[in-house]
Ligand binder design. Sequence first.
Ligand SMILES: [Zn+2]
Length: 146
Amino acid sequence: MKRFAVRRSTIHGKGVFALRPMFARERIVEYKGMVTSWSEAARYCAQRAEDGHTFLFGLADSRVIDGARGGNSARWFNHACIANCEAVEEGGRVFFEAKRTIRPGEELFIDYALELPKPWSRKTLAGYRCHCGAKRCRGTMLGVSS
Ligand SMILES: [Zn+2]
């Protein structure tokens, strides 16, 4: 049975929705795509018109997976500052897992916290604005640790 479906999201563009209950730590999908550098991915993205969706996932070794190239439905997971799913990296591959029990019909979210190299231009910040609407929304999909 299919575990999730891609549908129109009330948060932003398309989103991924649970079709059946999921339990905490359940592995949902692998985030697939082309592994490349931030700078190459940024150049490639700049050449395309996107409807505000970004398909980049940062790896621990500072490379990224570009879900726009060779990606799967995992690229439609929207960002939320308080997410119900989390990414687990294993040997250069990234898997999305449920962080808690999820009910059928819930939209699935990841806190992308993208470690985009600085400096961030105004255009970059606009492109990574967060739409999650949480009370403690930090306003961006970018990681603000550093
Ligand atoms: Zn947010």
